[in-house]
Design a binder for this molecule. Sequence first.
Ligand code: NAD
Ligand code: LMR
Length: 338
Amino acid sequence: MFRSVARSAAGKSLLRRGYATAVPERKVAVLGAAGGIGQPLALLMKLNPLVSQLALYDIANTPGVAADVSHINSRSEVAGYVGEEQLGKALEGCDVVIIPAGVPRKPGMTRDDLFNINAGIVKGLCSAIAKYCPNALVNMISNPVNSTVPIAAEVFKKAGTYDERKLFGVTTLDVVRAKTFYAGKAKVNVADVNVPVVGGHAGITILPLFSQATPKANLPEEDIKALTKRTQDGGTEVVEAKAGKGSATLSMAYAGAIFADACLKGLNGVPDVVECSFVQSTVTELPFFASKVRLGKNGVEEVLGLGPLSEYEKEGLESLKPELKSSIEKGIKFANQN
Ligand code: NAD
Ligand code: LMR
């Protein structure tokens, strides 16, 4: 998946024979790196040759994870940081900060049921980001994403560091699922499939736009409805299968690595890097919304519109707005009250 890069003894990146331009130094931090998502995500980021420094932070167990991952013979230097007093060092100089810190769901819970614990965790971590690496791109994985992204925005606004181009709710797993489920139903090669997923990241706020899926398959309406429901319930499908042992970790680490790689490519000036993400938006009347986003040297270069929607998708869009609005407002209120 990732190309490899030659290194000098000092650990600095060199031009690999055959490559026309140098690969810049990039520091990436994973906050919550010892968790179910954090560990495989640390592995995948260690395999990414665009990363030169990998900082693994958690409130416990990061030294072991960092020692383990650091033995892999790929470009980045790895360091583990544990406990709040080491958070600043983990964040200093970061280009991208990925946040999978916080509790996951158990069967019967909604993502919003995680708010009480995760809102405080995210708020604390974002305060530290504002202090130690205010220019970093922030990839928010912690749920409920529909509220944690607005919390992060408010924390950054209060600190005077908010740049709406640099804050992303990671909704890539919804896209990954939509692609997989569509390929299965349409009987097309999954590697060729593209499906935008818009809205938010919880239940009906997840709106896959199968009318825009490629390759075209002209699936009947009942198949589109079933695919939409399965994509919306994908997280719950995993939570139930894990039966109390957490939620999606491996597929999420994959999705998180895809999204972070896209951010790094954008920072490095690779043209036409487009991914769906939950960002500050004027695509609808809601202040945050997931849609296709073009990534560039400063983060979001362009928030792309929705494109033509089917009648079913138009209905889905109207139905998701009240829930998404209230989750966004809940996050904003929390950040300003606490
Ligand atoms: P987990 O419990 O396995 O790991 C969470 C990690 O966060 C733990 O190692 C814990 O020590 C750490 N942590 C807790 N407080 C912290 C703090 N203040 N600073 C740093 N680290 C801290 O959970 P998981 O399965 O990895 O899931 C993590 C989060 O990601 C959950 O909120 C889950 O709902 C969410 N998630 C989001 C998506 C998505 O698509 N955006 C997908 C899957 C899971
Ligand atoms: C997912 O979509 O898998 C995550 O948001 C985790 C969850 O709670 O479903």
